[in-house]
Design a protein around this ligand. Structure first.
Ligand code: ATP
Length: 440
C-alpha cells in the first residue's frame, strides 16, 4: 500500500473533561472524506502503573492512505488547539501528536518503544530520538510518549480486542449516565466468548460507564466487532456518536516481564511464600522470597477470587505473580500490587499431635520431653514418646487466580477468551465503525 500515514495522539484531555479517544473520533470525522482507513482506529493502553496518567493511560492512532502528511499534521494541530482551549490541561500535561509515513509498526525502534512503554517507564527524550531518526512530524510535550508508543503498537499477528465507545451529547457531559444494567447483563449472556469485562458479577452492575464529566457514555469490550453493536440496546440516553476501536486491552500482550522489580514496572515474579497477613479491610499481604529478595505482594479485596485465593496460601507454597511495582518505602519490603497469581506448588502442611488414649480415645498430654503421655480423662499413662503426624487438608488448588470479570484492569486478559489476530490489513468501511446519532 502506498502513502501510508499513521497519526497518533495522547494527552488530549484535562481534569475538566475531554478525552483522547473522543478527540480521535472528532478528528476522524474531520478528515474522513479525504482518507482511506487501512485499520480500525486504535485504542492503545500503556503502563497502568504510571502515576501521572489521568485515567487508564490510553493513546490512540489512525492508519490510513493519503498523500499529504503535512496537511494532516496541520489539521490535527489546529483541531487539538480548538479542542483543549476551553479545557486547558493541567501544567504537567501536554498533548502529543505524531505523524509518520510507511509501515512504522514493523520498525524495531517503534515496536520496542511500544513494548517498553507497556511494562516500564520511558522518557520523553527516548521518544523524541526515535521521532527525529524517523523524520516524523511531531508536536507537543509529554503526550509524545504515548503517541510514539501507539505508532509501534498492534502490528500484524498481535492479539487484539475491540472497544465500541458511545460518546455523549455535550449538554449531557455533567449529567448522570443512563445505561441499563439489566440489559447489559442480558446482552452479555447472549454473547458468550465475545463480551469482555462488561459486567461486574460481584457488584451486580455494568463496568462500562466511567465516572466524571468526560464525553464517554459507555465503552463495550469484546473480541467480536459486529456483535458488540448489540449493546446499543442497553443505552437509555441518546448518544452523540459511536466509534469502534481495535485495542490491546485485555490481551496481556507484552505486559509482564521478568525484569528487576523497579518501581512502576509491570513484572512477573515468583517465589516461596514466607508469610500471609490479612488486613482489617480484607486486603491480603503475602511476603515471598524471590531471586531479587523479599517482596510483599498486595492482593486487594476488590480482586475477589484473587484475594480469596491469597487468604488460603500458606508458608512454603510457591507462587508466580503478575503485577505492578509500587514506589519503594523506607523500612518496609518493596511491594507489588498483584493483578493475577499462579499457584504453582501447594505445600503439604503437617501438624504433630500427641497420641490418643487407647482406653478412652481422649487426646493425651505430654509428661515432658521423652517421658511419655498421660490421659487427663481416665488417668492412663504410657511411656511411648512418638508423636502423631497428620497432613492438613489444603483448600487451595494449583492454578491461575484472577479478579472477577468486570474488575479486570484494562490490559489484563480474561482467562478463557480466545483472541483474534490480524494477518493482513484491509480497507475499513467507515459505516461499519462510526455511527452518528445526534447532530447537536
Ligand atoms: P485519557 O484516557 O483521557 O487520555 P489517560 O489516563 O490516558 O487519560 P494521559 O492523559 O494519557 O492519561 O496521561 C498519561 C501520560 O503518561 C501521557 O503523557 C503519556 O505520554 C505518558 N506515558 C504513557 N506511558 C508512559 C510510560 N510507560 N512511561 C512514561 N510516561 C508514559
Amino acid at each position: 500500500m502506498d502513502n501510508i500515514i499513521t497519526i497518533s495522539f495522547d494527552d488530549i484531555d484535562s481534569q475538566y473533561g475531554g478525552c483522547t479517544t473522543h478527540f480521535t473520533g472528532i478528528f476522524l470525522y474531520e478528515i474522513k472524506n479525504k482518507i482511506k482507513l487501512i485499520d480500525y482506529p486504535l485504542l492503545v493502553r500503556l503502563n497502568p502503573g504510571i502515576p501521572w496518567k489521568t485515567r487508564g493511560n490510553a493513546s490512540t492512532a489512525l492508519r490510513f492512505i493519503y498523500n499529504n502528511p503535512d496537511e494532516i499534521f496541520e489539521i490535527a494541530k489546529n483541531l487539538v488547539e480548538e479542542y483543549i482551549n476551553p479545557r486547558p490541561p493541567s501544567p504537567n500535561k501536554k498533548p502529543g501528536i505524531v505523524v509518520t509515513q510507511g509501515k512504522v509498526w514493523e520498525e524495531d525502534n517503534f515496536k520496542n518503544f511500544y513494548k517498553k512503554a507497556l511494562s516500564d517507564v520511558v522518557l520523553l527524550d527516548e521518544a523524541i530520538n526515535i521521532l527525529e531518526k524517523n523524520k516524523a512530524l511531531y508536536y507537543g510535550g509529554k503526550g509524545l510518549i504515548g503517541a510514539t508508543a501507539a505508532q509501534g503498537s498492534l502490528g500484524l499477528y498481535e492479539p487484539y480486542t475491540f472497544e465500541l465507545i458511545f460518546y455523549r451529547i455535550p449538554d449531557n457531559w455533567d449529567k448522570e449516565r443512563c445505561v441499563r444494567d439489566d440489559m447489559v447483563l442480558k446482552i452479555e449472556k447472549s454473547l458468550p466468548g465475545c463480551s469482555i469485562n462488561n459486567y461486574d458479577y460481584i457488584k451486580e452492575r455494568t463496568s462500562v460507564k466511567p465516572n466524571g464529566p468526560d464525553p464517554i457514555l459507555s465503552g463495550f469490550r469484546g473480541s467480536c466487532e459486529k456483535l458488540l453493536w448489540k449493546y446499543e440496546y442497553s443505552l437509555c440516553e441518546t448518544p452523540h456518536f459511536a466509534l469502534l476501536f481495535r485495542s490491546n486491552q485485555h490481551t496481556s500482550y507484552g505486559l509482564f516481564n521478568d525484569l528487576f522489580p523497579y518501581p512502576y514496572r509491570n513484572v512477573e515474579i515468583e517465589g516461596y511464600v514466607l508469610n500471609i497477613k490479612v488486613l482489617p479491610k480484607g486486603h491480603v499481604i503475602v511476603s515471598i522470597n524471590t531471586k531479587y529478595g523479599i517482596f510483599d505482594i498486595s492482593l486487594y479485596k476488590d480482586t475477589g477470587p484473587l484475594n480469596e485465593a491469597a487468604k488460603l496460601l500458606a508458608k512454603g507454597d510457591y507462587i508466580k505473580v503478575q503485577g505492578s511495582v509500587r514506589p519503594y518505602f523506607y523500612n518496609s519490603n518493596p511491594t507489588i500490587s498483584a493483578y493475577s497469581m499462579e499457584v504453582i506448588y501447594v505445600n503439604q502442611i503437617k501438624k504433630t499431635l500427641s497420641p490418643r488414649c487407647p482406653l478412652c480415645g481422649n487426646r493425651m498430654k505430654s509428661l515432658g520431653h521423652n517421658k511419655g503421655y498421660r490421659c487427663e480423662k481416665c488417668g492412663f499413662i504410657t511411656k511411648q514418646t512418638d508423636k502423631i503426624e497428620i497432613k492438613m487438608n489444603r483448600k487451595l488448588l494449583p492454578g491461575i487466580y484472577m479478579p472477577e470479570t468486570g474488575e479486570l484492569m484494562h490490559l489484563q486478559k480474561e482467562k478463557y477468551t480466545i483472541l483474534p489476530i490480524l494477518t493482513n490489513f484491509n480497507y475499513i468501511d467507515l459505516n461499519q465503525i462510526f455511527k452518528i446519532y445526534s447532530n447537536q
